[in-house]
Write a protein that binds this ligand. Structure first.
Ligand code: 3PG
Length: 398
């Protein structure tokens, strides 16, 4: 794919797809991480004299304009960070955009209203992609976290205008490559979360690529169940026992060291500071609920992390939102973070609850790279081609 270094942008209108699908409350941005990540691209283009037109979706307004899903609150958050004014167009196509562009000077930045106010965005309607493209001379995609969507602003438009990856997109792809496609070995994956059902393809892909795969979280219960163990009242997906056995068999075939729990933390109630005990995986009581990995399992995972040179992490290892069932997640994450400094471990994390779990462990900043992507990170771990990235590659090959 091309990058900002390959585009001649001075005096040009550059449409930049960012992901400003940010947490908001009462009309204010509550977590600006995704805005921060977009700044290098915006500033680079602005410095080079481009007229920067930012495109993004926000929420799921289902193809209709809806004030509940306006991107307007981002104007202030972004303006504060850029230290200059940001214009806002109350549509992402047509006259409202043209009017703003007419008054822009080289280097100015404007944000366009939610692309999902148009049904053509999600259906990737070529007519809508063309309407978007009409207000730009070239296109930059800096929204890795939306790259798993084949939408008009992430895919269709890249087939119309000269297209390049932004700085955040480039960084993301570089780290993902270093973590999974061309890792320094041994490469270890840590996968947690509640359900095997949402991560079947991811687990199958990882057992074929990783040297070590540790499975935690409630999804590990399904593996224990598949091995014929009783998991009491724990969250479990009995229907997926065959899938779990298939993953275990696949690990054997590909020589992947699959690390499953050997002990667990069990409680009768799922609440903060509930009475709890550590049990071996063969001794979970019928009325018990597994809520975290036990200390021996944590020691084992820590030992494996110590042996790894590359670590990919997705999903919490226990019910980390409820203390003390955050113990395994916090201890393993802190050890991984320490290894980055102590042993040069390359640690890459992302997807869904993962960032929240690392922030809870206060190590999000110590990891080598933390992706802001949810679904896109998971699809990448599944080994899928992301349409937004494929469109950039196709554009460069033209
Ligand atoms: C995300 O928050 O993961 C991305 O912005 C994609 O949002 P979506 O799941 O609504 O497409």
């Amino acid at each position: 794919y091309k990058t900002l270094d390959d585009l001649d942008v001075a005096g040009k209108r550059v449409l930049v797809r960012v992901d400003f699908n940010v947490p908001m409350k009462d009309g204010e941005v509550t977590d600006a991480t995704r805005i921060d990540r977009a700044l290098p691209t915006i500033q680079d283009l602005s410095k080079k004299g481009a007229k920067v037109l930012l495109l993004s979706h926000f929420g799921r307004p289902k193809g209709k304009a809806n004030p509940e899903f306006t991107l307007r609150p981002v104007v202030k958050a972004l303006g504060d960070k850029l230290g200059g004014p940001v214009e806002f167009a109350d549509d992402c196509v047509g006259a409202p955009v043209a009017k703003i562009v007419k008054n822009m000077l080289d280097g100015d930045v404007a944000l366009l209203e939610n692309t999902r106010f148009h049904a053509g965005e999600e259906t990737n309607d070529p007519a809508f992609a063309t309407a978007l493209a009409e207000n730009g001379d070239c296109y930059v995609n800096d929204a890795f976290s939306a790259a798993h969507r084949a939408h008009a602003s992430t895919e269709g438009i890249a087939r119309i205008l000269p297209a390049a990856a932004g700085r955040a997109m480039q960084r993301e792809l570089d780290y993902l490559k270093a973590a999974l496609a061309e890792p320094v070995r041994p490469m270890m994956a840590v996968v947690g979360g509640a359900k095997v059902s949402t991560k079947i393809e991811l687990l199958l892909n990882l057992v074929s690529k990783a040297d070590i795969l540790a499975v935690g979280g409630a999804m590990a219960n399904t593996f224990l169940f598949a091995q014929g163990r009783s998991v009491g009242k724990s969250l479990c997906e009995p229907d997926l026992a065959d899938t779990a056995r298939e993953i275990i068999a696949q690990a054997g075939k590909s020589g992947c060291d699959l690390v499953l729990p050997i002990d667990v933390v069990v409680a009768k109630e799922f609440e903060e500071d509930a009475d709890r005990e550590v049990a071996g995986v063969d001794a979970v009581a019928a009325d018990g609920m597994i809520l975290d990995l036990g200390p021996e399992t944590v020691d084992l995972i820590v030992e494996k992390i110590e042996s790894a040179k590359t670590l990919v992490w997705n999903g919490p290892l226990g019910a980390f939102e409820t203390r003390p069932f955050d113990t395994a997640t916090v201890e393993a994450a802190r050890f991984a973070a320490k290894q980055v400094g102590d042993a040069g471990l390359v640690s890459v994390a992302g997807g869904g609850d993962t960032v929240a779990a690392l922030k809870h462990a206060q190590v999000a900043k110590e990891f080598t790279y933390v992706s802001t992507a949810g679904g896109a990170f998971l699809e990448w771990l599944e080994g899928k081609t992301l349409p937004g990235v494929a469109a950039l590659e196709a554009s460069a090959a033209k």
